[in-house]
Design a protein around this ligand. Structure first.
Ligand code: GCW
Length: 714
């Protein structure tokens, strides 16, 4: 729908309202159509959830239409918006919506034009109150994005049942890998002080269908499981419940020792079993809809069942047994690897866990990162995805940009999430994408889940970078429907976050869509991975060596005079062998391997001829330079949009893009100079020469980078 030229620059905003701004519709014909179609709103018999829906309708319509819309008890005129279930609403009960309500299921909804009390109106109907709330948010999104209302026949249901955020938040309010300030959870003042942010957090999540939140870091302490803290958790759960959001906690495997005074946490010890059962009773007495536990065990120093000679399944089943009678689940993380295991880190999770398929209790998910290493700018999909048909597999992606420029770089992650969701595992023959493993449809699982490691924090705009909220939004939209496109999601988010002017939306969406590949190119092109600085992971560090081998860059890039890359073919670690055919053969074959993961799977000669005709070395130079050029283009594209964005957010993004451009060049120069010491080849003259020496880059140190515990200077 065309929109008029904005007359003046919008008023500055701080980003707090995220994508739920409900600014007046700036297109007069659309506003007039909306006003005519929406003259009153009816939400009968409000439960807490329906009250939330009603409140949102009131807030949104008043903002969008520029005038409050009366909330009435029953339909009295044409143009009524009626929202409810057949149980809550007499008006909805009278409509024949069976054809839509059946596929809508427990959380889906129907939005349709309807004759209500003999008058034309719009119905938002669902089988549950939460479904109504989701329908309301969906409807409001249509208004926010200036969609026409004449032809409404929407039936929508989530493809994935548990759509969750994982907060890596510590109880001291630091956030592991958090780049937007401190934790949102004000533990010290809970349960008595309820920050208004909790409700706004819940609204934002519900608006994109997120229905679970794991409040605590997977690197867990036992304190959260004490009564003193569970009472605080219950207070948060009370705020989130009306918004359809269940609370989950991370469980430290040795909590029976630390919080229970037992001498062991052995999963087969009857005292330990009893302790977890009693703990579950205590939790559910406080939080009747508690979601369950997420567990990181025997990984990166966390305790786990191996410490007692037991398997991961033994550990997961212990907790699952305690939660099962209450309806809770265990999300057992597959992010397991051990420095003492000399096999390729990329293989270890599969080697350990694939044989345990079928050994887990029914209420256990295995929670698997998108790739086999760790949220790199690009990884092939995790080989466990598709390899454990008897176990519901939950996909974990990282919304917070640990390896993608933190909250400083603009990197839109929907293309990364989609790349994994769309990847063909071939587990049931061609056409077995990760999305269908995860949504349970390939293996007939009733349980399904997707989690995103959150990027929220105490900063006023929630996520730090004004564009980082797009990744939170995109996560929710894709967990609801993995068929949604990166383009569509970007456009929605831009319209809701900044405005509907087509001259803004198109170029801004293009900028977002280019940003992930730009980051891959200036950080880790052609399948390079894990070559960032140590610990804080900010900036390049291909030279990182010493200490734990699998935490060094050398381990991953294996550069030498002959070439660069990790040989994971059958002649190397054979990580490729963990995939299904024909993917495993494809990536094992140097000629057939997609170049975007070439150095992930192969150690390749510097003089190898790439598809472009360039040598590998020249291609590397090309890619790094292309990445830098892309960021400069993003800067130009943003500058051209000045008139459409308020000054505060415009300048914020502009300044961050400037840093990003500087740092893209830093990545390029540092990496090319470093790899050049092996290739011995010149950087082709058409490219900018590095700005400083390799020594200079190697000696750069950064202190107090956010997202990790402080490291002392000196
Ligand atoms: O991404 C890595 C991070 C750790 C994190 C770990 C994990 C919470 O560097 O900070 O720990 O993965 O996913 O468990």
């Amino acid at each position: 729908m065309p929109t008029p030229i904005a007359k003046e620059r919008p008023v500055s905003e701080d980003g707090y309202r995220l994508w739920l701004r409900y600014e007046p519709v700036a297109h007069p014909p659309t506003r007039a159509a909306y006003r005519a179609a929406l003259t009153q709103a009816v939400v009968e018999a409000p439960s807490p959830t329906l009250l939330a829906a009603r409140e949102e309708i009131g807030l949104a319509l008043a903002g969008l239409l520029g005038t409050p819309v009366p909330m009435v008890e029953q339909v009295t005129q044409a143009g009524a918006l009626v929202a409810g279930t057949p149980q809550s609403s007499r008006a909805i009960a009278k409509l024949d919506l069976r054809a839509g309500l059946e596929p809508a299921g427990a959380e889906g909804f129907v939005i349709t034009r309807a004759r209500i009390a003999d008058k034309n109106g719009i119905a938002i109907a669902a089988n549950t109150d939460t479904g109504v709330l989701y329908g309301v948010f969906h409807f409001l999104r249509r208004l926010q994005t200036y969609k026409p209302l004449d032809d409404l026949h929407i039936v929508s249901a989530p493809k994935i049942k548990r759509r969750m955020l994982n907060h890596w938040d510590n109880l001291d309010r630091t956030v592991e890998r958090g780049y937007a300030g401190f934790s949102l959870w004000d533990w010290h003042k809970l349960p008595d002080y309820i920050s208004p942010r909790y409700k706004d957090y819940a609204r934002a999540n519900a608006s994109v269908g997120i229905n679970g939140t794991v409040l605590t870091n997977v690197n867990a302490g036992a304190l959260i499981l004490t009564n003193q803290y569970l009472v605080k958790v219950a207070a948060l759960a009370d705020v989130f419940r009306p918004y359809g959001i269940r609370v989950y906690l991370t469980a430290r495997f040795t909590a029976p020792i630390e919080a229970g005074g037992l001498e062991t946490a052995d999963p087969l010890d009857p005292g330990v079993v009893a302790w977890w059962e009693a703990k579950a009773d205590e939790i559910y007495a406080l939080i009747p809809d508690f979601g369950g536990f997420v567990v990181k065990a025997n990984s990166e120093g966390q305790p786990g069942p191996h410490d007692y000679g037991r398997s991961h399944a033994d550990g997961a089943n212990l907790l699952a047994g305690a939660l099962a009678p209450k309806g809770g689940v265990v999300c057992w993380r597959a992010f397991v690897y051990d420095e003492k295991n000399l096999d390729d880190r990329a293989k270890q999770a599969y080697t350990e866990l694939a044989p345990q398929d079928g050994a887990f209790r029914d209420n256990v998910f295995l929670q698997i990162k998108n790739g086999p290493i760790d949220f790199q700018p690009r990884e092939p999909h995790h080989p466990l995805l598709g390899a454990m048909p008897k176990t519901p597999l939950m996909l974990e992606v990282q919304i917070t940009q640990e390896y993608l420029g933190h909250a400083t770089h603009l990197v839109y992650l929907a293309p990364l999430f989609k790349e994994t969701l769309d990847a063909d595992t071939y587990c049931c023959g061609p056409g077995s994408p990760v999305a269908r493993v995860v949504d349970g449809s390939l293996d007939g699982h009733a349980m399904s889940g997707m989690v995103g490691v959150a990027n929220t924090g105490s900063e006023r705009n929630w996520c730090g970078h004004p564009f980082a909220a797009a990744n939170w939004f995109a996560f929710g939209r894709l967990a609801w429907d993995h068929r949604a496109t990166s383009e569509g999601i970007a456009e929605e988010w831009l319209r809701m976050t900044f405005g509907n002017d087509e001259r803004f939306v198109g170029p801004a969406a293009a900028l977002m869509l280019d940003s992930r590949e730009a980051a891959v190119n200036y950080m880790t092109p052609l399948g390079l991975h894990h070559i960032m600085a140590r610990d804080h992971h900010y900036g390049p560090g291909p030279w990182v060596a010493g200490g734990r081998a699998d935490w060094t860059s050398l381990y991953y890039h294996r550069a030498d005079a002959a070439g660069v890359g990790f040989d994971r073919t059958p002649s190397g670690s054979d990580a490729a062998g963990q995939y299904f055919s024909p993917y495993r053969e494809q990536v094992s074959d140097l000629a057939a391997c997609p170049e975007e993961v070439l150095l992930w799977f192969h150690h390749v000669s510097w003089r190898h001829t790439m598809k472009s005709g360039r040598t590998l070395w020249d291609e590397l130079c090309f890619k790094y330079n292309h990445g830098v050029a892309s960021v400069r283009q993003m800067q130009q594209a943003w500058d051209a949009l000045a008139g459409f964005v308020d000054a505060a957010r415009f300048e914020h993004v502009k300044a961050l893009l400037k840093i990003q451009a500087k740092e893209a060049a830093w990545w390029r120069d540092a990496c090319l100079l470093y790899f050049q010491t092996f290739s011995g080849l010149p950087i082709p003259p058409e490219y900018e020469p590095p700005a400083a020496s390799l020594e200079y880059y190697m000696n750069l140190a950064h202190y107090y980078v956010p997202g990790i515990r402080e490291r002392r200077f000196g």
